[in-house]
Design a protein around this ligand. Structure first.
Ligand code: PLP
Length: 381
């Protein structure tokens, strides 16, 4: 299938990203339908992929935007997202970024520390503006995912700790330019054990009760993103299980009357539709290992080097009997390795290879290390 779709790009120099827009559309439509059953608001997490053609598809379906930097807010606005559809999280928002978002009148700052709230108050007051804020609370819930993409444990830097809340609440009386409209949670990414979301719901319920005892009921509840995708067998599960995912929240979350529930999905919306296409530069036969040396490396797709992420690799050229290979990139780092001891059809110099499920946290992390050229993208419709 991918092989067929790529025929139109036979002259495209490698490496390049190839995005399957038809799979992207199907994924977005499924997510929209499933979220729509319960009136949930989905904000797309731009950090996963901020390419304009992808944002255009997302915008067309009425999703909002979840940003973690001033430039992401800028990109979302340029792409056409309405300011009142934009939320802004991030543990280290600079004054310039906060000012930019205040000027843009975004919907909500997901605030990650007491000091950040003080700064938003100060900057909003200086402009005579009012900022809507949600408290990003660190719920201390395990996401059962890789430790480098867990964010909701106390040892992680994200969010306000529960034990800080009692002292924090009275402060809002002296912060006239802040309007506290909700709570925000995000426990991690690539979550495939959905019990983590069940635990999150139970924790959110406890916290909502705690606030209610203090006569605070919020109009908005943002439960973040994190739904995982199938990296191992993408052809079997090309679309994440949105029905089960949203169903868990519907079943377990104690929504207050009129409360709007928001989600911030990134990976599950865009990962499966992206592939990194690369050419085999060299074969190298070691004593223990046969190396396939690609023209793409960690500079084009950093996830394997950054957190030992697995991506399925396919040889699009060869259908010879399989052999065992280590597939590596050209960068001068030993961690520049995509996969060790995998089976591929016998591979030769010049073969075309697809590194699958690379649509999220792939191209956005591209680096110029070794003064590499910026990788290009093509869109398969
Ligand atoms: N929201 C916040 C605050 C995040 O940090 C992230 C990413 O880690 C996301 C949403 C999106 O997560 P995912 O791509 O796993 O859905």
């Amino acid at each position: 299938m991918l092989k067929e779709q790529l025929k139109a790009f036979s002259q495209q120099p490698t490496p390049f990203y190839a995005y399957d827009l038809s799979l992207l559309r199907q994924t977005l439509d499924t997510a929209k339908t499933e979220a729509g059953k319960y009136g949930y608001h989905v904000h797309y997490a731009l950090k996963a992929n901020a390419n304009s053609p992808i944002l255009a598809e997302i915008l067309e379906r009425g999703f909002g935007a979840d940003c973690v930097s001033g430039n992401e807010v800028r990109r979302a606005l340029e792409a056409g997202f309405a300011p009142e559809q934009i939320v802004f999280a991030g543990v280290g928002k600079s004054d310039a970024e906060i000012n930019f978002a205040l000027d843009a009148n975004i919907f909500c700052f997901n605030s990650e520390s007491v000091q950040e709230l003080e700064v938003i108050q100060e900057l909003a007051a200086a402009k005579g503006k009012f900022a809507q804020v949600a408290l990003r609370i660190n719920p201390n819930v395990d996401a059962y995912t890789h430790k480098h993409i867990t964010t909701g444990l106390e040892e992680n830097k994200f969010g306000i700790n529960v034990w800080e809340l009692e002292e924090l609440l009275p402060q809002f009386a002296v912060w006239p330019n802040l309007k506290l409209i909700g709570l925000h949670f995000h426990i991690g990414s690539q979550i495939t054990d959905l019990r983590a979301f069940e635990n999150l719901c139970l924790r959110v319920n406890e916290l909502q009760n705690w606030f209610e005892e203090r006569e605070l009921i919020f109009p908005h509840l943002n439960v973040g993103g994190g739904l995982g995708v199938d990296y191992r067998t993408p052809e079997e599960n090309p679309i994440a299980d949105f029905a089960t995912y949203f169903g868990i929240f519907e079943r377990l979350l104690d929504k207050r009357p009129g409360q709007v529930v928001h989600f911030e999905l990134g990976r599950a919306l865009v990962a499966p539709s992206g592939n990194l296409i690369s050419k085999v530069l060299y074969m190298k036969h070691g004593q223990k290992t046969n190396f396939v040396i690609l023209d793409a490396g960690m500079t084009e797709l950093m996830r394997p080097a950054l957190y030992q992420a697995y991506h399925k690799i396919e040889n699009l050229t060869s259908d010879l009997p399989a052999k065992t290979y280590d597939v590596v990139g050209p960068i001068c780092e030993s961690t520049d390795c995509f996969s060790k001891a995998i089976e591929l059809p016998e591979t030769k110099r010049g073969d075309l290879v697809a590194i699958r499920t690379a649509g999220a946290y792939g191209e956005v992390m591209v680096s110029e290390y070794n003064l590499r050229d910026r990788v290009k993208a093509v869109y398969l419709s």
